[in-house]
Design a protein around this ligand. Structure first.
Ligand code: F6R
Length: 365
């Protein structure tokens, strides 16, 4: 049931603190070490690998982009990410030294399942991250990570996405710990930080009036842009997809540094530009990109980590996100973008839970 919420999507947005805690805490032993019972992959197997491929569709693909970043940074294994419908027809470089990680909320997406089978045929080991116990993807995989997000009913994915991010952080930590690429102190600090994310998500949810006010600006727009760099670019892609699919507002995501290679021509007086600014070493660069669009008339909305210097001078509106270490910021920065999509859709009087032309699970090619 909707549990008193007006729509499933809103309920599921509010389920996120619990989904994050469940996915992590039920797998911590008394020493606060991550125990992954359905992952059979041993140290020897990890040492044999020369590459990880992450393959998925839509929102799950965006989770994979964050997963690449976490695994490469913490466990130092090279990772490629591809869209399932591209991967399966691309004769990919996959062999018995490849680990394929498939990500699928439903576990029934046709292209993801076909990609899994193609990689297995080429000898790869398959690890599945899925939310549905006993789903097709779960049955075909060698190793399994269940996100414990609970059933997701709204077509637009929210809590499954944040739970997938938690899954990737946990896998990255588990691989890193097994391979010895991080210290015990770092390991413990990350586990603590992930555990604290639930409370920080709640802090963001309590700012929903500020976010609804920004949605009123988007309702009037004919197109919008999300910008980001590094992990914020990944969040920008996910944010743009969410806004498009439920509010039908044409939205594009851009790597902020690419703007002047073409897209900036589209900025007109009043065009909303949503800049995601959570990565400390990239913040200054983002601020200069915000200045560039503002000089062309853009209305600049910043979704920024609290305490980001100088942001108040360039943004017309700021949505602040609590601070955690940069690598974990995608879990927090995506929350306001989910609410923005939700409010833009409901303010337009659209069917948030069942947007036109879309099905929850795409079981045909
Ligand atoms: C967007 C959305 C879709 C799904 C995609 C994959 O909000 O929900 O992009 O993420 O269709 O679905 P699963 O994860 O079930 O394979």
């Amino acid at each position: 049931s909707k549990n008193g919420y007006s729509h499933f999507m809103m309920k599921e947005i509010y389920d996120q603190p619990t989904a994050i805690r469940e996915t992590l805490c039920r797998r911590l032993d008394e020493k606060r070490h991550i125990q992954l019972d359905d992952i059979k992959l041993q140290k020897e197997d990890l040492d044999e690998l020369n590459k990880i491929y992450i393959v998925a569709c839509g929102t799950a693909y965006h989770a994979g982009l964050v997963g690449k970043y976490a695994i490469e940074k913490l466990a130092r294994i090279p990772v490629e990410v591809d869209i399932a419908s591209e991967f399966r027809y691309s004769d990919p470089f996959v062999d018995d030294k490849t680990l394929l990680i498939v990500v699928s909320q439903s576990g029934e997406t046709a292209d993801t399942l076909a990609a899994l089978k193609e990689a297995k045929r080429k000898g790869a080991r398959v690890l599945a991250i899925t939310n549905v116990v006993g789903s097709s993807v779960a049955r075909e995989a060698d190793d399994l990570f269940y996100t414990w997000a609970g059933p997701e009913i709204a077509v637009a994915s929210t809590k499954a996405y944040t739970a997938q991010l938690v899954a990737f952080y946990m896998l990255a930590l588990h691989f890193a710990n097994t391979k010895g690429t991080i210290t015990d102190q770092e390991y413990v600090a990350y586990v603590d930080a992930i555990e604290g994310l639930g409370n920080k998500v709640e802090e963001i949810l309590s700012q929903k009036e500020t976010i609804e006010a920004v949605a009123k600006i988007l309702v009037e727009a004919t197109s919008a842009f999300y910008l980001g760099r590094g992990l914020d670019y990944t969040t920008a892609m996910e944010a743009a997809l969410k806004l498009k699919e439920i509010s039908y507002l044409h939205t594009e995501a851009f790597a902020a540094g690419e703007l002047k290679h073409g897209t900036i021509a589209l900025i007109e007086e009043g065009t909303p530009v949503l800049a995601i600014v959570t990565q400390e070493r990239l913040a200054e660069k983002m601020i200069s990109n915000m200045k560039e669009v503002k000089a062309r008339g853009a209305y600049v909305i910043a979704i920024a980590k609290e305490g980001t210097p100088h942001i108040g001078h360039v943004a017309d509106k700021i949505i602040e996100v609590p601070a955690v270490c940069d690598i974990l910021m995608p879990i927090l920065s995506v929350i306001p973008t989910q609410l923005l999509a939700y409010y833009t859709s409901t303010l337009k009087g659209l069917d948030v839970d069942k947007p036109r032309n879309l099905a929850k699970s795409v079981t045909v090619e």
